[in-house]
Design a protein around this ligand. Structure first.
Ligand SMILES: [Zn+2]
Length: 494
């Protein structure tokens, strides 16, 4: 045997080994399970701003003491001399500014009469130095904190202390029926765009909240016995004479909300590795089951659910539901046994928001269809998957065709800013119904809506997608110019 032959044999052996290695790797890639639950959020967390909240809940005083630190990096491209935070709780201060005090909601939200809530700012510090603050709107829902000029790419730490007074009110923020509801209660950064900070008003119609994803670490002390439903992974860390201490982490979350009650029962389920927990006065187990079903359907259609946990809870407010990252509030009446079909649809819509709001954010004030119509359409897909074509078609008739034929007494379209809607019913028909009709039309024309929505979720995960982003990607995926269709359904009065 001569040397060349030995060398050739060696190469043959190495080649064979490489082939085997590639084959094994290929088999592994094909056979490996999906991403671990919450992996998308964990991966996205690197480099995001970090909120730390220390919260102490004192139900006897209807109060929540808040101490917040925010590690902030200026990614705006402009040098900033102030940060603007949303302090939505202040809107509940007067009947003129409360989102719960419009005629259509007042009696349901304030059965005992008006009750004020507020956020009292105790101080703000930038890099450890006391900082000047000033409210930018009459309702005090946007507060500017002056800082030393912060160039693009530079970082700093903001500390803020405040006290939230919870109103006796059945709304996103409030106390009612033994449930303490903290939706859009904690101060968070506003969004900086086009050279300025957004200061949208707390519109009573629609969800006026726009925010960027950040990481949240929350420690919450409550009197013994209070269960906590929250964004993120919430653990009862310890109990002592001061009460129960919850510890919560929520990576890459667009907001942080929670609710507390001593009266809830708890039910659990698991789907795709995601821990699902339901808290309610009754039928918690049904809700956990529906949430699991919805996660399964949407995971297949739109890609992995982003978080490790999903929590749904019963809330006393006059809405079907309200979405927060990893958390769904669903209205009390829907939890009764005879309402369970409605609860299932409410949860199907709200769980869809985990993709169309929490994962992919959008301008909920000026383009309300971009999360509502998508979630409504996803709910229809859920119904088809879960209950078949006939159930789906029935829902299309009531939720889409009927709103298309309705006489709408106001000059509004699905892309009308929420502040221009005069009634909740009109808002629902136009933004949800007619908005989803646009999506049905896209699917009828192209047959590619599911593929588009999956790509939309991948492309804009953990960011804010503009309407232009939506339409550009739609053209790319379908290969068709759907701009005229979009104008027709979203911007044209019928
Ligand atoms: Zn919705």
């Amino acid at each position: 045997m001569h040397v060349r032959c030995i060398i050739r044999k060696r190469w043959q052996k190495i080649g064979l080994a490489l082939c085997l290695l590639l084959l094994t790797l290929g088999c592994y890639l094909l056979a490996r399970p999906g991403k671990a639950a919450g992996e998308r959020a964990s991966l996205a967390a690197a480099g995001l701003d970090q909120y730390d909240y220390q919260l102490i809940f004192r139900p006897g005083e209807s109060a929540l003491a808040v101490s917040m630190t925010l590690d902030y990096t200026n990614r705006t491209g402009d040098t900033l001399d102030r940060l603007v935070l949303r302090t939505w709780a202040n809107a509940y201060g007067t009947e003129e500014t409360s989102p719960a005090a419009i005629d259509a909601l007042f009696d349901a939200c304030y059965p005992e009469g008006f009750s004020p809530g507020e956020l009292t700012l105790e101080g703000a510090w930038w890099q450890g130095q006391m900082a000047a603050t000033s409210y930018l709107d009459e309702a005090k829902t946007a507060v500017a904190v002056s800082i030393e000029p912060l160039a693009p790419g530079q970082s700093g730490q903001l500390t803020l202390r405040c006290q939230i007074t919870v109103p006796a009110c059945a709304h996103r923020l409030g106390y009612s029926q033994g449930i303490w509801q903290f939706g859009n209660a904690l101060p968070i950064l506003s969004v900086y765009e086009n050279g300025g900070w957004r200061t949208d008003a707390y519109s009573p119609i629609g969800d006026p909240f726009v925010s960027n994803c950040a990481n949240y670490a929350v420690s919450l002390t409550v009197p013994a016995g209070y269960l906590c439903a929250s964004t993120g992974k919430c653990e009862l860390a310890s109990r002592d004479q001061d009460g129960w201490h919850y510890s919560v982490t929520a990576p890459a979350a667009r907001d942080f909300a929670f609710a507390l009650s001593k009266d809830w029962q708890k039910a659990e389920a698991k789907q795709n590795g995601v821990q699902i927990t339901a808290y309610a006065l009754e039928n918690a187990h049904s809700a956990a089951k529906y949430a699991a079903k919805a996660l399964k359907v949407y995971g297949k259609l739109y890609g992995d659910y982003p978080y490790e946990t999903l929590t749904v809870c019963a809330i006393d407010f006059p809405f079907g539901g309200m979405e927060y990252p990893g958390l769904v509030f669903a209205g009390l009446p829907y939890w009764a046994a005879e309402q369970k079909d409605t609860l299932e649809l409410v949860l199907a819509h709200e769980v869809a928001h985990q993709w169309f709001y929490a994962l992919v954010g959008s301008d909920q004030v000026n383009e309300p269809w971009q999360d509502e119509a998508l979630s409504e359409y996803a709910m229809l897909r859920y119904a088809r998957q879960a209950y078949g074509q006939a159930a789906y078609e029935n829902l299309v008739i009531t939720r889409i065709r009927a709103p298309m034929q309705e006489r709408i007494p106001q000059p509004v379209t699905p892309a009308t800013p929420i502040t221009d809607f005069g009634s909740l019913d009109v808002y629902s028909s136009v933004v949800y119904g007619r908005g989803a009709a646009f999506l049905l039309a896209v699917d009828e024309m192209t047959g590619k809506l599911d593929a588009f929505l999956h790509k939309y979720c991948d492309t804009y995960a953990f960011s804010l997608a503009s309407r232009q982003d939506f339409s550009r990607l739609l053209r790319e995926v379908t290969g068709e110019d759907l701009e005229p269709l979009m104008l027709d359904y979203l911007d044209t009065l019928m």
